[in-house]
Design a protein around this ligand. Structure first.
Ligand code: SF4
Length: 207
């Protein structure tokens, strides 16, 4: 059995999280079964940073964030909100795919709190390096990772929060919630809500 490699960077060093950094990271156990670490992606100086939960099956295989079904939904919603997907920075709270096997299928498993906490060094380094004008937290895991405490999306909307650098956070749903919605009405409501939050984020980013 291969000895796990030691992480090259300890908490607090705040390097840019390159793919190599993530592939070498052993801060939690998620690297073990995932294909690769998936770093954030976006242009330098992006005003909006979108933070999801973790890479999904397709992201894990391709090494690129938001390229699976939820990512395609997100790109459609960005378009509806009038936001150019090529001008935002997209990343996840956790950089390796967390899943359980059902037969040959890899099914998404919400990362554990200790895994989210272990991975926070990489998210923090992206936030410090990219300095977005506004952060969009897509779902409860991303929101908790950014806020560093459990807070509901409803509460974060009622009393807006910031990250550790004071950057405003728009809390909204993860696009996968739309894909999982039980019926047309629920899907439409979630979709409208997410687009409205993206529009709000764009307005905040543009001052
Ligand atoms: S999920 Fe994050 S903390 Fe865990 S091994 Fe991957 S990069 Fe490291």
């Amino acid at each position: 059995m291969n000895e796990p490699r030691r992480p090259r960077v300890e908490h607090g060093a705040l390097p840019a999280p390159t793919k190599e950094h993530l592939d070498d990271c052993r801060r939690c156990d998620l690297w073990e079964h995932a294909t690769q670490g998936v770093p954030g992606e976006g242009p330098t100086g992006a005003k909006i940073m979108l933070v999801g939960e973790q890479p999904g099956n397709e992201e894990d295989l391709e090494g690129v964030p938001f390229v699976g079904p939820a990512g395609r939904m997100l790109r459609t919603l960005l378009d509806e909100a009038g936001i150019d997907a090529g001008r935002v920075y997209m990343t996840n709270a956790v950089k390796h795919f967390s899943f359980v096997l059902r037969g040959k299928r890899r099914i998404h498993k919400t990362p554990l709190q200790r895994q989210v906490s272990a991975c926070h060094v990489w998210l923090e380094s992206e936030l410090v390096r990219e300095k977005p004008a506004v952060i969009v937290a897509l779902g409860a895991t991303a929101l908790a990772a950014i806020a560093r405490r459990r807070i509901s999306i409803a509460d974060a909307r009622a009393s807006p929060i910031t990250d550790a650098q004071g950057t405003p956070v728009v809390a909204t749903y993860h696009p996968s919630a739309i894909l999982r919605a039980p019926d047309h009405d629920a899907r439409a409501a979630l979709r409208a809500s997410l687009v409205a939050d993206l529009v709000r984020a764009a307005k905040m980013a543009n001052g």
